[in-house]
Design a protein around this ligand. Structure first.
Ligand SMILES: Nc1nc2c(c(=O)[nH]1)N[C@H]1C(S)=C(S)[C@@H](COP(=O)(O)O)O[C@H]1N2
Ligand SMILES: [Mo]
Length: 509
């Protein structure tokens, strides 16, 4: 059998490999996943290295330990890529197996990381797809004339096509690498600035009365890293506080432009506020409670002097997302604020650093603009905001909601007395009462822990008596205006879901 020289095959493997690493790296940076699959594998190597060996290596190599480890991983990868390319001479399948095996190792490394979710696997999928496509593109001109007369082309393969493809592949890989690096670097610089910031904010103490003391219930204060995140940003805006400006304009007496420094020099208001998403289904977890620190929106708007004809504020974020907020909710006595801190620290980048809006009593999509840079005082009949242009309601006041968290759906409990509990919320109105009904029976009052504010959720708990067998418990809340949560089931679109959350469980000896 006549075949082309070996070198181009090895080069194909390496180029395809690098292209896959580059696209997976760019994807990881784009999805703001901390570190690429290569970094995950390197970290896995560190984890798997016996402690004493690692210590000796670190002592010997000093600060060079991690760059050297990365370099070693890349070198080994390079060798495997070349090997895969050579294998492709005989069978494309065997070489693609090498890539699949590498992807599996990467996936294992990513999954073994603390707090991974499904999207973390995406860079690997993108990388694997790139590998397979790139490899087949590169080796096709190599194998085309294999087996035919080598004399025809003189070299035994389609050299020109191969070189062109290899060149394009190399450039594309470099392009993705540079792109990923630019995205990653912008974020890490802003993250460094964020960590060094000393803000005049406190860490609010959780009111003792807010806790119902039932194991398994959501913590009253949602830890920042477990706070839900919703936004349309593919690449999260990374705004340096030094560059941040907020313009307040439109139907105002005088325009106001704020810098970050001028904002944090003002009086800081702080409060516990529960934020939830209009897309949260009944019983869902797109809700969280945090201690927010910021500057009262009412004071800022008073400085600008809003026109009596205005009824809305169109908020715009750095990435162009918009929401329309009722002016009255920003000027009344509630703690609507331009938040700079969350749970006692500067806002995380993903939650709107350096500045976002928080308005108690409104769903996030009409109020909680992250990375906010522009407030236009206006009228609802003149604007269309991002989500209202897509079928969601113009007005987004929160709805009464309650959730059974204990027992969990499908749980097995001993028969007899069973503790039931969860959370309920109706921000800015407050929760007056929570009731549960067992197996479609009468509503019975639960105990409600009073956090001392109407702007947050409450924890509730009660005890029911159950016989062995299948059971179903549902919950409903009543707000402080006497409105009882409706049992009518409605979807999240256009203005938030309604219905009673129901959980089934089994009582078993
Ligand atoms: N810039 C920007 N701000 C935004 C959004 C967005 O897509 N972009 N989503 C909103 C929605 S729908 C919700 S529910 C909240 C969620 O805030 P969180 O991610 O801090 O939990 O942010 C709001 N602010
Ligand atoms: Mo939302």
């Amino acid at each position: 059998m006549v075949s082309s020289p070996r070198a181009p095959w090895a080069v194909s493997g390496v180029l395809a490999g690098l292209a896959g690493l580059a696209t997976s790296y760019a994807t990881a940076m784009l999805l703001t996943i901390r570190g690429s699959p290569v970094v995950a594998v390197s970290e896995l190597v560190i984890d798997l290295t016996p402690g004493p060996v690692a210590e000796r290596a670190i002592a010997f190599l000093g600060h060079w330990d991690k760059p050297l480890l990365l370099a070693a991983v890349l070198l080994i990868l390079g060798g495997l890529f070349a090997y895969a390319g050579l294998l492709a001479r005989r069978s494309w399948w065997r070489s693609s197996l090498v890539f699949v095996a590498l992807a599996v190792i990467g996936l294992v490394a990513v999954v073994l990381r603390p707090s991974t979710d499904v999207v973390d696997g995406l860079p690997i999928a993108v990388g694997l797809a790139t590998w397979l496509v790139a490899l087949s593109l590169l080796v096709r001109p190599l194998s085309r004339q294999t087996g035919t007369s080598a004399a025809e082309s003189g070299t035994g393969y389609d050299r020109r096509i191969f070189l062109i493809r290899a060149g394009i592949m190399g450039l594309t890989a470099v392009g993705f690498g540079v792109l990923g690096n630019a995205i990653g670097r912008g974020r890490s610089q802003v993250e460094r600035t964020r960590r060094l910031l000393k803000l005049p904010v406190r860490q609010g103490p959780v009111p003792a009365e807010a806790r119902i003391g039932l194991a398994g219930i959501s913590p009253w204060r949602t830890p920042t890293d477990r706070f839900y995140r919703i936004d349309t940003a593919l690449v999260v805006p990374t705004v340096d506080p030094a560059d941040w400006r907020l313009r307040i304009h439109g139907m105002v007496d005088r325009e106001v432009t704020l810098t970050y420094q001028s904002l944090i020099n003002r009086e800081i208001a702080e409060s516990w506020i529960t934020l939830n998403c209009v897309s949260n289904p009944v019983g869902g977890d797109l809700v969280g409670n945090a201690w927010w620190s910021g500057v009262r929106m009412a004071d800022l708007l008073a400085e600008a002097g809003v026109s009596a004809d205005a009824d809305a504020v169109l908020q715009t974020s750095e990435d162009g997302w918009t929401c329309g907020t009722p002016l009255s909710t920003l000027t009344d006595s509630r703690d609507a604020m331009l938040a700079i801190g969350m749970n006692g620290l500067p806002l995380p980048i993903d939650h709107g650093f350096p500045v976002r809006t928080i308005v108690p009593g409104l769903y996030g999509y009409v109020s909680a603009c992250k990375w906010v840079v522009d407030l236009e005082v206006t009228r609802f009949d003149r604007i269309e905001a991002y989500w209202t242009g897509k079928g969601w309601s113009e007005q987004g006041p929160v709805k009464i909601a309650s959730r059974v968290e204990v027992p969990t759906s499908g749980a097995q409990v001993p028969p007899g007395e069973v503790r039931i509990g969860g959370t309920a919320w109706m921000q800015h109105t407050g929760i007056e009462a929570v009731e549960v009904a067992l197996d479609g029976g009468a509503w019975q009052r639960a105990e409600v822990a009073n956090p001392g504010t109407d702007d947050t959720w409450v924890q509730w708990a009660t005890t029911v008596e159950v016989e062995p067998g299948e059971h179903e418990v549902r919950v409903r809340a009543t707000d402080r205006l006497g409105n009882v949560q409706t049992g009518v089931e409605r979807d999240v679109l256009p203005d938030g879901a309604t219905g009673w959350h129901t959980v089934s469980f089994t009582a078993d000896e």
